[in-house]
Ligand binder design. Structure first.
Ligand SMILES: [Zn+2]
Length: 187
């Protein structure tokens, strides 16, 4: 399979910013996880397209930046699109892992379920928030199975520390990769 991996945000768009117990930016966590995923997927013989390999935005316009990520996946004839994110909320309590999928595509739901299952298995001590259909702007420009993973909450101090750890980022990358491999085995 050819897998488009999208490390959410980047460059002038930091995404969510966790501030306690220290500052951590979503764009840095997503790039670290996707870089690890790329290595793991390539080792399994899959082709990987990363929407970014460094701390950069694809366009200075937020909407166009999202559209270009989707366009890259379509232009490279990728089979699936996986966008990696960290969640945020206005109070520090919410936590957990969830996966969003492109509602109008049945295989997107299957992709989201296999990924969420792999994450739930790897992180059984984390809250499993399940899969949700979403009408994300980026999804509208994709004609392939697509999902968006919210790995954990940067606004929850315990989960910020979880997300900051290189060991945990590797474990997240392994779980997400396993989910994609499980999906590939179904196709
Ligand atoms: Zn995000």
């Amino acid at each position: 399979m050819k897998i488009a991996l999208d490390p959410g945000h980047g460059g002038i768009f930091p995404g969510a910013i966790g501030l306690a117990p220290f500052e951590l930016r979503e764009k840095d966590v997503t790039l670290a996880i996707c870089t690890k995923m790329s290595n793991l997927l390539k080792k399994q013989g899959h082709k990987v397209i990363l929407t970014r390999e460094r701390d950069l935005n694809l366009d200075n316009n937020f909407t166009k930046d999202l559209r270009m990520r989707a366009a890259l996946a379509m232009q490279t004839k990728s089979d699936v699109f996986v966008s990696v994110h960290c969640n945020a909320y206005s109070d520090p309590n919410p936590e957990g892992i969830e996966t969003w999928y492109r509602a109008e595509n049945k295989r997107s739901e299957t992709l989201a379920r296999t990924i969420q299952q792999a994450m739930a298995a790897a992180f059984s001590d984390h809250l499993n928030r399940g899969v949700k259909a979403k009408d994300l702007l980026m999804f509208r420009h994709l004609e392939i199975p697509a999902c968006h993973i919210e790995t954990e909450y940067l606004t929850n101090p315990t989960q910020l520390e979880f997300l900051a750890s290189d060991f945990n980022q590797e474990k997240i990358a392994q779980a997400l990769t396993q989910g994609i491999l499980n999906f590939a085995a179904l196709a």
